[in-house]
Design a protein around this ligand. Sequence first.
Ligand code: COI
Length: 387
Amino acid sequence: MENYKPNQNRSFSATPDSGLRKQIFLLKGSAGMGYDFKITKTANAKPKPDPNNLVFGTVSTDHMFEMSYSPEKGWHDGQIVPYAALQLDPATAVLHYAQLMFEGLKAYRSDDGRILLFRPDKNAERANISNDRICIPRIDEELMIAAIKAIVAVDQDWIPDAKDTSLYIRPFVIATDTYLGVRPSSNFKFYIILGPVGPYYKGGLSPTRILVEDNYVRAVSGGTGFAKVGGNYAASLISQQEALKKGYQQVLWLDGIERRYVEEIGTSNAFFKIDGEVLTPPLTGTILPGITRDSVIKLLQHWGEPVKEERFTIEDVYKAHEAGKLEEVFATGTAAVISPVGELCWKDKVILINDSKIGKTSQKLYDTLTGIQTGKIKGQFGWTVEV
Ligand code: COI
């Protein structure tokens, strides 16, 4: 039975339930987009953290979105409920075989009080690309965006207003069959949780120190590198841990066959400015199609700056450095936006990039992207969507 009927007056009805506070919500603007989600408000609202001291990923808001999937009903019963721990049978499939996809995007409060999302359609599209790869049923993309808008609207007081802060949005799907045999689950849950965040790296925009990983690999052709699935991140942890022990914040991943071609940096896409031209590896299956990556390419093209999606090796990077042509290195992702790299270490050879200072292109991209995201800059591309 389909639960999501267009609702012309855009009202969200509260659950007819229990000791929790009951309320009817009329959400202004496009929040909810005609979908009728039940809302159960918490009776125990939490205190908000100091917006000037937010550490990424440590604070959750008061509510979350949840929706179920069964073969009989499809995706159904989307609702907003108080944020709470999940109760799972220890044999739940996701706990064993990682049938889990996730997304990440942010909401910003503009100076004139609007709530802005950045390219949520791209997250919804990518979520289904990830879903396809690990046998999770697709979620209607309009429904996904409506759910994101609805939960952000409910917890909008949690959007922090200090510089370089935002409300991080984490949609994810888990496989919920209780079965220990290896096969795709038949039942799933979709959640969206939120949390106010500051810069992803402690040092903010200070250039990072990156160790080139030549032992472990992140992705291979035919694998899951292009999908945002939990297993990719589990497999990367040992490498990050070893880099941290050596005093580096992240690793640079090389390709899984020749261990020469540059792929990604940590959980981000990688960009190198060499001799006036910006290079990033192409999306050939082992690279995550980052939304910030795509936005950076489009901005550079719009500014008339040379940018190429092509394969290049770590030797090319070191040769360019020797020739004085390696101008900038930066990583791009939702969490960090633009993260300049100040130092690379490959086989014990250390090179400094731009004297370990943020480069002009990285700074301009950061300022422009965050300007568009927060509504300070009117973008040409229609990338921001109002809640
Ligand atoms: C991103 O910045 O896009 C990420 O995926 C980082 C996240 C895993 C914390």
